[in-house]
Write a protein that binds this ligand. Sequence first.
Ligand code: BGC
Length: 369
Amino acid sequence: MRRAFVFAVAVLLILGGTLFAGGKQEGALDIGLAMPESHVARWVMDGQKLKEYAESLGYKAEYTLADADQAKQNKQIEDYITKGVKLLVVANINTGVNTVIADAAKAGIEIISYDRLMMDSADYNYYTTFNLKKVGFLQATAIVQALKLDQATSAKPKIITLFAGSPTDNNAYFFFDGAMEVLNPFVDKGVLKIVGPYPRTSADKDNFQRIATEGWRAENAKKRMENLLTGDAKDVVLDAILAPNDPVGRACIEACMNDAKYDTIAKLPIVTGQDGELATVQYILEGKQYMTVFKDSRLLAEATIKLADAILKKQTPSIAGTVKTTFNTNKKNVTTYLLDPILVTKDNVKKIIIDSGYYTPEELKTIGL
Ligand code: BGC
């Protein structure tokens, strides 16, 4: 009798536990996090950090990566809508996202444009990102310092070539324009010579297209660098390469290292980057890549989820550590929160990226640290 009772209680507990766990798992998804691609490493961390912060505030959240394929991301977003999310955080690929964003808005879902501004849409109100022009400003400032452009003469000008990000990404225009505002005056003085196409600003669409890296794919940049080395840059020694992010920077470096003119680390041009990728941390320590612009995904994720929380609770957002401004999508002004990017070279890479715990000890081990 007693054994039967214990058995019955045990069965009830197990059943109850299963039902409870099942109920919890089937609980509606609150926040859908749509990240664009994994061939640029940062987005995996962005997805993870966003999910962690959302969960720490009690929201159920999921993230997806879309292989730089807008159709694929649209399916992922439609899936979030079907699952009944209350809020979407989207780093899009191109304007093909706008149809699903319109559907989400119609369904009453709140939307935050994450890191990249979704252009030509009037269906959302918020944007979180880093100061985009400052990213380019920091890249160019590092070139000015490394090449000592202030002391260069027109008799012996320094030589540079230009790369930009994906023309489908609104950010790419801001990064480039931020850099060229710093570099153009040196070109005008005759102390800096550009080989290859030279758009003075991104408004020169034809030349911008020529230096752009479609889909932010490193293999496209590597091919273009190889063509430059046997073409426009054949008879010169490059002093620097303006590269918009780390994968593009490393692709340029790899292409250079296969060219006899740059076959040792000391002979490599000054190469810029962005994101503080693990492989670039290694390149910076080895002296192959000169700098990166560190945009701490932990901070952007935290700011974005704080904003999401305020929106969902219908409170007035006040996001510490950001500058509030507006960006225009061509269709409307959206409230924007900007974080500050940081210039990282060999001098501060340990402090800013390694010691700040951005990468786990296991990750650091993979680059010999
Ligand atoms: C981001 C960069 C990133 C690039 C490629 C841009 O929109 O701001 O951090 O390197 O996309 O994924």
